[in-house]
Write a protein that binds this ligand. Sequence first.
Ligand SMILES: [Mn+2]
Length: 323
Amino acid sequence: MNRLAEIAVRLKSSSNILVTSHIMPDGDSIGSLLGLGLALQQAGYAVTMFSVDSVPDRYSFLDGSEKIVEKLLPKADFDCVVILDCSDQDRIKPIWEQVKELLIINIDHHPTNRCFGNLNFVNPGAAATGEIICQLLEEMAIPVDESIATALYVAISTDTGSFKYENTTPAVHKVAARLLEAGVKLREITPRVFDLRSRTAICILGEALSAIRYSEDGSVAWIALTEKEMIFCGARDEDLDGVVNYAKNIEGVEVGLIFQEKSDGVVKVGFRAHSIDVSKLAEIFGGGGHARAAGCFLEMSMQEAVEKVLNLVVKEIENGRNH
Ligand SMILES: [Mn+2]
């Protein structure tokens, strides 16, 4: 029996299931949580859907999102917990102590997953945890209705950057096709999930675009945002999501950087690269991440932070050229 079939069998014999996903939830975590949670509920299982942090506004149109319990985990006699899209326990840190004695079913697609569950299904070849949930529902012979399909489509389309990233396999497109057949309406998803911007996000984007500067050779573009600009726009950290890509995607630019001044004398740095490994660079400053997308925090002035990071990045790009 394969691992997913084992998980299906275990879920079928459960009477009270807790389903949860990571802190600061994204489209894949909310979509997978709803996709699995609603499907199990419709199949007659007692299920509690839980998220440590609130469901972001852009996903609150999804059917069932109002059923997701937030922040405080209810006391109940759960006999297992399904943890979605989490590479390690820290991703659900606020509730870990409360759930660690339960039977833990860990379903994920991050290659760095620590297999912290009693039952683990980790497939780094899956573009999204939502893709694995589709497989699991098939394994359990639970039908996928429009609400479930919409949640899972959001999971997959967000984690593939609207089917643009390299993780977009033929298999993902086949799964997406089945979800569309189940009734997904793109006119409901696209404007809310992909196109909608808050006024504060547009304001801070304007500030960010006019703050773009370039290294002498043009290989690095960076944006430095002060606290004053954030306050002026009334912007929150989430309003900066994706802003660094504007720097990265400029012609001739290899690395895009964003520096955000925090109130406590700390500068938050985001790195995005086309081909060099910026996680190594972020690590030098005590941060980390993926090869092409990484970050760190620096305890110094904005000017110092920009100088230090920029020097290092320019050198790394030069090294890359000389090899
Ligand atoms: Mn994911």
